[in-house]
Ligand binder design. Sequence first.
Ligand SMILES: Nc1ncnc2c1ncn2[C@@H]1O[C@H](COP(=O)(O)OP(=O)(O)OP(=O)(O)O)[C@@H](O)[C@H]1O
Length: 251
Amino acid sequence: MTVLLDVANLNKHFGGLHAVRNVSFQVRAGEIVGILGPNGAGKTTLYNLLTGFIPPDPGARVLFDGHDVLGRPPHRIAALGISRTFQLCRPFLGLTVLENVVVGGLGTGRRDDAELEKRALRLLERVGLAGREQLRVDALSYGDQRRLEIARALAARPRLLLLDEPFAGLGSAEMADLSALIRQVHADEGLTVLLIEHKLREFMSLVERVIALDFGEIIAEGPPAEIVRNPAVIEAYIGRDAEEAGALDAA
Ligand SMILES: Nc1ncnc2c1ncn2[C@@H]1O[C@H](COP(=O)(O)OP(=O)(O)OP(=O)(O)O)[C@@H](O)[C@H]1O
């Protein structure tokens, strides 16, 4: 399958802290790839670099579908086809559910309001928010805000979707529903997905391949069943976060 994302020599220093260290990897079109790592491993920083929120140190190369991503502002990278969700939902609280998704589609260059609205309505139905279009976002439950966040990201018509801890704060039934939704959009839209998640059971069952980070560096890469047995990955979790190590065991 064709390589959609090609990352080489990505580094990021914050002062003396080397938060992302010589990171190189590829993602093929249609894959679901998980980014695993304990707190502070550099996962969100990696997303911020890929989406143009922060610049990397010199010497990196990031190609998305053959286009050079680095140096472009976030809205241009989004227009190329990379969308993201955030660890903390960032909806526009003063707007309705529908308006939030319409806004998500504005960067596509399509200015036909009726068309944007039609697509937004379709997406809301898709994520299970039909009937709630005219509610203000703050009236939604936390789980529904997560669904809205995904609809908003999809409105930008991405080919690569970066999910940042989509299960955070959800109960087990909501997590199962959201897992099913992610699987469904992946299958239906032929979407390529990168997933950061601490809920390891859901994470391991969703992803086809895992890239494990520790202290900003890739320490292992492979299918989930191999990764949970990888000594370097176990070492990265044990001793630093007993709860996470237990979760790795259970996954
Ligand atoms: N803007 C910043 N300025 C300084 N240090 C930062 C900045 N952003 C992140 N860091 C540091 O870089 C390291 C990596 O942080 P990052 O948020 O990428 O980790 P993470 O793997 O996403 O962690 P978590 O699972 O807790 O979200 C951490 O030590 C963090 O404190």
